[in-house]
Each structure stands twice: as structure tokens, then as C-alpha cells.
Design a binder for this molecule. Structure first.
Ligand SMILES: [Zn+2]
Length: 246
């Protein structure tokens, strides 16, 4: 099932490897992350499946600016008139399409079957490079955005400089982006963890940034990669710290 309701008014969209989410409130829709460029048809179907039109898409809120999370954002902006939001530290990457360097070598994953599955799945959907977004709005840590679901930004850099989790406080839902994943897209390991070094701008910082999530009250974690995690956030954080870098 490419579209599944995972919480009241929150739908998960995925064609494998990467998740993005539609949040509905009243008549408005918010897209949290934008998948790969080739996920456009999935987005259109998902919006129609909710009985809505593309014009109902108020905004695209990005957890960070990587190619597999930003893919349909520019098209949503130009087609649906949706404003695109990103943390200010990822704004330049969003508008220029120039990715920041990673601190791990992608070569170290060449013996992993998962590495190839991820690579081929994303390449097929055009996520090998960032599709730039010409105009973005930026947010800062702690900011609550007046968008469907009233998401609050929790800046937790390391995967990228502007990586953020987004808390839907009223619903007890934390969209963790790539701050905290439940499946490693390069090794295939399941469970709460930070992203692999080969995809992070600063892995030690990504581990330290988990502290930004400490104390948040959320019963459901919705990651960029892997299955939803329902239960104790503190336990997810403990597991991620124990798993360490990869
Ligand atoms: Zn990702």
C-alpha cells in the first residue's frame, strides 16, 4: 500500500526506501517532506484519495534538503502554489541543489545488498540529485509554524546542517525526518538509529543532536526511513544511542 493512514489525519506515502507524509487539518493539507522526484504521481493519487485537490496543498515542510526528501517540492510549489519551508541552515542546499559533504565514505557500504536496493530504487525515481526549489521560507529551532497540524520545529543537525524533527504536539506525533530513522538505508538494519555516516554531514553531531528530542512527549515517531515507531520515545532514543554510528 503506497498510502497508509498512520495517525488521525496523518498519511504515510512511500514507494520504498523513503517516507513522506500528508497532514490534514480542516480543509488544508501539509506535505512533510516531498519524496523523490519520481514520487509525484504517488502524491497526486494520495491527495485525490483523500478527496482533495492539489490546490488544497498549503505548504511543503522539509525536514532537510536531501534529494530523496525534496524531490516533488518544486513541482508542488509551481503546480499547487504550495510554499516550501526548510530550516535556514539547509536553505542554500534547497535553492542551489548543492549537497553538503558527508563525513563517511559511501564506498564502505559496497558489500551490503541494501546499499544497491536503495541506490536502484532511488535512481529509478530520479533521486540521485537534488531538484532545487527556487523560493523557500525558512524556520528556526523551536518555531511553531501556522500550517496544518501546527508543527513545531526541533533543530537537530548532523545528518545535514539544517536537519530538523517536526512535532505535531496536539496529536502526539513526532516526524523525525532523518534525525532518527528506524531502518538504515545503506545496511538494512532495522530499529531506531541515526543515519549512516556515508549520508551524514557530521555523524558525531547527529548523535549529540538526539538530545534535542529528549523529554518530548510523543507516542508515535514517523521517520524518513523505516516503519513508524509507536511507544516510548525515550526507549527509541536509548536504542539509537546504543546502536551508535554505522
Ligand atoms: Zn533520507
Amino acid at each position: 500500500m503506497p498510502t497508509t493512514q498512520v495517525a488521525e489525519g496523518v498519511h504515510r506515502l512511500t514507494q520504498g526506501v523513503v517516507n513522506f507524509y500528508l497532514v490534514s487539518e480542516g480543509g488544508g493539507l501539509l506535505l512533510v517532506d516531498a519524496g523523490a522526484a519520481g514520487d509525484w504521481d504517488l502524491l497526486v493519487r494520495a491527495v485525490a484519495g483523500l478527496g482533495r485537490r492539489l490546490d488544497d496543498l498549503e505548504a511543503v515542510l522539509l525536514t532537510h534538503a536531501h534529494a530523496d526528501h525534496i524531490g516533488t517540492a518544486e513541482r508542488a510549489r509551481t503546480t499547487a502554489g504550495a510554499r516550501v519551508w526548510v530550516h535556514h541552515a539547509d536553505a542554500e542546499m534547497t535553492t542551489t541543489g548543492r549537497a553538503t559533504k558527508t563525513d563517511g565514505r559511501i564506498r564502505s557500504y559496497l558489500l551490503r545488498a541494501e546499499f544497491y536496493r536503495t541506490l536502484f530504487s532511488l535512481a529509478r525515481r530520479g533521486a540521485t540529485r537534488i531538484v532545487p526549489v527556487r523560493e523557500v521560507g525558512t524556520f528556526a529551532d523551536g518555531e511553531t509554524l501556522e500550517l496544518p497540524g501546527r508543527p513545531r520545529a526541533v533543530h537537530a543537525p548532523g545528518h545535514s546542517p539544517g536537519s530538523a524533527a517536526l512535532l505535531l504536539e496536539g496529536r502526539g506525533v513526532l516526524l523525525t525526518g532523518d534525525v532518527l530513522a528506524t531502518r538504515n538505508p545503506l545496511t538494512g538494519r532495522d530499529g531506531p538509529q541515526i543515519m549512516p555516516s556515508g549520508l551524514n554531514s557530521d555523524t558525531p553531531q547527529a548523535l549529540r543532536s538526539l538530545a534535542a528530542l529528549d523529554g518530548i512527549r510523543a507516542g508515535l515517531l514517523l521517520p524518513g526511513h523505516g516503519e513508524p515507531w509507536s511507544g516510548d520515545l525515550a526507549e527509541a532514543l536509548r536504542l539509537a544511542r546504543a546502536a551508535g554510528p554505522s
